[in-house]
Design a protein around this ligand. Structure first.
Ligand code: SAM
Length: 242
């Protein structure tokens, strides 16, 4: 096939997939006392309250990309009864959808974001899920070993949507992925590309983890990755990397 045909085919797949993903968002038909955005995943209506003053208080399209992938790939990534942690959960859509899909979810973010996150998670999962999700603080690189000791915390999946952007904690984020990702853990990470430092984060991430690209959506500037450990052990467990 000629290069131009391959490009055209890729653009058509991107456009169709992006449209299908973004169509899951809807706006309330009536303006009520509280502002919310609506999403349809796992055959459920999900209402997300945003607040405008913080990064984590707005829902970013990467979260929708990850939710769409999870919902449509249950044969390969069945979350039922799985231990899942979300980093930088923001307004909580990914944690909510994972809970609706049957996972035992730990939804984490900075302390200032937790109030709104907890509100959204509780409102959308109460009496709808097999396991009650836990909403708790996780500041990347800070006391992660004390708060999540590996002896009692083993995650099947680490989920993250749009956590890499121009902020000063990229190394701490990398270390947090590294610490939490054990031998059988899979990372599912939706990444929105904006600036060069984000590309170099992906390069450095590839040095530590095996990486498979699951979606490439140029129209949204988003890629979805699956990753898993290269060495099978973590340095943080006091063991030398293989
Ligand atoms: C761009 S938002 C993405 C939110 C959500 N995942 C989404 O896609 O809608 C980035 C998230 O990372 C969180 N975050 C930023 N720096 C952090 C840090 N040092 N430790 C923990 N979370 C952090 C923010 O509070 C925010 O919720």
């Amino acid at each position: 096939m000629e290069d131009s045909n391959i490009k055209e085919e890729g653009a058509a797949v991107d456009a169709e997939l992006a449209k299908a993903i973004m169509s899951r968002q809807f706006h309330p038909s009536l303006i009520g006392p509280e502002a919310w955005e609506g999403y349809m995943f796992s055959d459920m209506e999900i209402r997300i309250k945003e607040s405008t003053d913080l990064y984590g208080a707005v829902l970013w399209p990467s979260a929708m990309v990850l939710c769409y992938f999870l919902e449509n790939n249950l044969d390969k990534y069945n979350l039922t009864d799985k231990n899942v942690i979300e980093l930088g959960a923001g307004t909580g859509l990914v944690s909510i959808v994972s809970s609706l899909l049957g996972a035992k979810v730990t939804s984490t973010d900075l302390p200032d974001v937790l109030g709104n996150l907890r509100y959204n998670v509780v409102r959308n999962t109460k009496d709808r899920c097999k396991y009650i999700p836990l909403v708790t603080e996780l500041i990347w690189g800070q006391e992660v070993e004390q708060r999540f000791p590996l002896a009692t915390h083993r995650f099947d999946y680490i989920l993250a949507a749009d956590v890499v952007y121009a902020h000063p904690y990229l190394e701490e984020l990398m270390d947090t992925f590294d610490y939490l990702c054990q031998e059988n853990t899979q990372i599912l990470w939706a990444m929105r590309f904006r600036l060069d430092p984000e590309n170099s984060f992906v390069d450095r991430f590839r040095q530590r983890f095996h990486v498979e690209q699951l979606y490439d959506l140029p129209s949204l500037s988003i890629k979805l990755y699956r990753a898993w450990r290269k060495d099978g052990r973590t340095k943080n467990q006091g063991q030398a990397a293989a």
